[in-house]
Design a protein around this ligand. Structure first.
Ligand code: GMT
Length: 381
């Protein structure tokens, strides 16, 4: 096997839907399998980045057929997941469960481990991704169980220093030693392109601006439109909006109100975005907060400088004026002005693009995934 130490049998639970934590969990599983480990995804649906057959990768679907039982106004998914995790651990002889996003996955993994009742040894690793700590976990109905489940994990990782510090601040977590393992990017898939393909998405003279997210409130997608409107007033440009979610209609209305809807293309959810990022001149991520900003890293790897907010863990990835631009949350005027200055200056744009690609090398899967392997071996020792 390619990785260090013995092959490990790993159960991975994540949200299979369009979102950063599911993307990281799936890419990690695929990478671990490539390195010789056996990976079992345990979720209610096949994770969106799990495409086709991969050696040593298995998918176990949580049974939700009882969802329509008349007694259940709310199907107890958490219990169905814990039961499935327990079943797969026993049947497949898993060494550890690595769960992504604390709620409810750290709790179900704790339950699955307790259910073993000493029958076999199981380690639980929880990776914190962002809103599980900064938003949902701090809701009064989830706070105590989130703290408990984190503290009961055998190891806990956070995807940025910001998120680690925020976890200590909000939850205390006196008994846990939170390790920072940053997100990573698959450089075989996310790499600069030849520039071909621009004509398929925008008229020839247009600058191409992109945004990828799940269009939740935290992403401030209306700010994406507002920044783009400033760019579009200064030069011909097309905005490519990839993803879907609750704020999409508001963003569409904002584009119409600002008179730019003719140059904004809403593409909806796409499973692969690298080819679009490869023709992007600028990527916009004006979020309220981001624990890390995986979407920004993937854009940078493809050679697109990022205009983002100075919020959460984004400054750990984006170096203002070097590989991208950072401005305070909501300052669309400054973001728009600096975006225009950059797009008008080809030499600066090329330097920033090169710096963005160089930053992505620091976060390559080859450098980051061994940190998880090391952690696995540490908890199994
Ligand atoms: O915000 C999203 O797009 C989804 C969310 C999730 O947990 O699924 O993303 C979080 O995890 C990503 C992967 O670690 C991070 O890159 C995102 O910054 C983080 N989102 C927030 O903190 C808002």
């Amino acid at each position: 096997m390619e990785g260090s130490g013995r092959a490990v049998k790993i159960g991975i639970t994540c949200y299979p839907t369009y979102g950063g934590s599911g993307a990281v969990a799936t890419e990690l599983g695929l990478e671990l399998a490539r390195r010789g480990h056996e990976v079992h995804f345990i979720t209610y649906d096949s994770p969106f980045r799990l495409r086709g057959y991969s050696e040593r990768v298995f998918f176990h679907q949580v049974d939700t057929r009882m969802g329509r039982y008349p007694l259940f106004d709310h199907f107890p998914y958490t219990l169905a997941l814990a039961s499935k995790q327990h079943e797969v651990v026993l049947r497949e002889g898993l060494d550890l469960l690595h769960v992504h996003y604390a709620i409810p996955h750290a709790t179900t993994a704790y339950l699955a481990r307790e259910m073993l009742n000493g029958e076999r040894r199981l380690r639980v690793i929880t990776t914190l991704h962002g809103t599980d700590i900064t938003l949902v976990g701090q809701e009064s109905s989830f706070y105590a169980i989130t703290k408990f489940s984190i503290e009961q994990s055998d190891a806990v990782t956070a995807v940025s220093t910001y998120l680690r510090d925020e976890t200590y601040r909000a939850f205390g977590c006196v008994t846990c030693d939170l390790k920072v393992i940053p997100n990573f990017v698959n450089l075989q898939e996310y790499r600069p392109g030849s520039g071909n393909g621009r004509a398929a998405i925008a008229p020839e003279a247009h600058k191409i601006v992109t945004h990828v997210s799940n269009f939740r409130e935290v992403k401030r997608v209306k700010d994406v439109i507002r920044v783009f409107a400033r760019i579009q007033h200064a030069m011909p440009a097309t905005l490519v909006m990839i993803g879907d979610g609750p704020e999409r209609v508001d963003a569409e209305n904002e584009a119409r109100d600002l008179g730019v809807s003719g140059d904004v293309r809403f593409l909806g959810r796409l499973d692969t975005v690298a080819s679009l990022l490869q023709v992007s001149d600028l990527f916009l991520l004006p979020s309220q907060t981001e624990s890390f900003g995986l979407a920004a890293l993937e854009a940078m790897a493809c050679g697109s400088p990022v205009v983002a907010t100075r919020a959460g863990g984004l400054p750990e990835v984006v170096d203002d004026g070097v590989n991208g631009i950072l401005e305070p949350v909501g300052s669309v005027e400054a973001m728009g002005r600096r975006a225009v200055e950059l797009l008008r200056d080809p030499a600066r744009h090329t330097a920033m693009r090169d710096a963005a690609v160089a930053t992505a090398q620091v976060y390559s899967a080859d450098r980051i995934v061994p940190m998880y392997e090391e952690l696995y071996h540490e908890v199994l020792r």
